[in-house]
Design a protein around this ligand. Sequence first.
Ligand code: FAD
Length: 457
Amino acid sequence: MTRRVAIVGGGISGLALAEAIERKSAGEPIEAVVLEAEATAGGKIKSRREEGFVVDDGPHGFLDKEPLVFDLIDRLGLRGDLISANEAAARRYIVRAGALREVPTSPPKFLTSDILPLTGKLRVLFEPFARGRPDGDESVWSFAARRIGRQAADVLVDAMVTGIYGGDPKQLSLASAFPRMREIEDQYGSLIKAQIRIAKEKKQLPARAGQPAGTMHSFKDGLGQLTTALANRVTVRTGFVADRIEKGERFRVHGSGEPVDADAVVLAIPAPATASLLGPHAPAIAEVAGAVPYAPIAVVVHGFDASAAPALDGFGFLAPHVEARPILGSIWASSVFPEQVPAFTLMFRTMVGGARNAALARGTDEEIRDHVRAELAALCGLDRDTPPRLERIIRWADAIPQYEIGHAARVAAVDALEQEVPGLFVTGNAYRGVALLTCVADAERVAGRVVEALARA
Ligand SMILES: Cc1cc2nc3c(=O)[nH]c(=O)nc-3n(C[C@H](O)[C@H](O)[C@H](O)COP(=O)(O)OP(=O)(O)OC[C@H]3O[C@@H](n4cnc5c(N)ncnc54)[C@H](O)[C@@H]3O)c2cc1C
């Protein structure tokens, strides 16, 4: 008899999981059915072309750090549509004292740059002599302040955390949010020493060079090509909001429409929804696993004629919290992926909100639009009187999960589920990584566990 796995949630995690389960179970077929609440699958990943501009509602690209994703792209026949960031995108900027400064990419450039005051730069050089790690879960900011000094923590590390999590480095756990940084400290004893050693070893270790690294990729028509191709490859039932799981000899997933019977169930949904479905079966686990906080973000997409601003030649910029700007930063999408915009145009993807400015993400459209236009004028020289060819505001109330201090206990709780309720699993971006890459990697890991569990049953 063909066994069935019901996967609740049709974002990249649930879709990649379905593909991986069916592939791994090739000898003894397992049918995977994705149950998705919305009318289309994809979750945070959705793209469309409007007025000739590719609009990505959520993520905009992924780095080439995870071979599993490229294998998936090949299996889906999408290699021909893959695009890589323009070389100019290697230039990144940070807002300092109200203006954009280029992020230096080499030690000599760092020493001569004005990204930090002289005392801040000298303190960074003392990094190899930093005191050792305190016991327990350390915040990203404490780690950075301890190793490279408060000024670099407030500017460089704050900007990195803003760019990835829209988060507060004083709340995020280093071990959970940037595990590689902690590994580097353990392995090399110093970030500077590690950089030197890794640069030497680069040929052998191209994908292990710290964060962020590598080249950004997307597809001609946006990241949605990946989720659309996956949704066409696997079985998806859309418009199904799962609201209860019944456990007898098999599982039965109840929701809007006919219930679905299955031999295993995987939850690939945000943490609060995971907690409510787990509650009746594993209340203690549900309570811990459900407590992951989220930061809201509004993505503002603007398309302009090229004449509206000076040329954009870089990835874009981030605004550290100390600068007190009303935006988190802006990606110069037309510079990163010129294939995604009409000729002679500019495209900005500006982020508003995050963990420390949540109220701004909840402002009215007019407030958000005014903040963004004023910031792009002040920082990028955008002419405020030029009307945009395209202006879209996409709101995410639960944009990015925040891996705060204590997050490891939440991961341990979902791991314990397998023992407490055999046949019930959890994946998704709430626990082991927020990037699309880590979602695919976790889906692959969980697919292995599911296939193994069904083989044992
Ligand atoms: C603005 C923004 C920018 C980002 N930028 C990047 C980036 O550039 N690069 C990158 O790698 N990552 C980025 N990310 C992160 C990345 O997009 C997400 O981590 C990833 O897409 C999450 O996938 P997921 O499948 O785990 O969750 P989701 O995409 O949230 O999918 C969960 C799905 O479950 C469904 N669902 C929820 N409850 C139920 C229910 N009860 N029954 C049935 N279905 C249900 C939802 O409708 C949804 O489709 C960004 C995220 C945001 C919001």
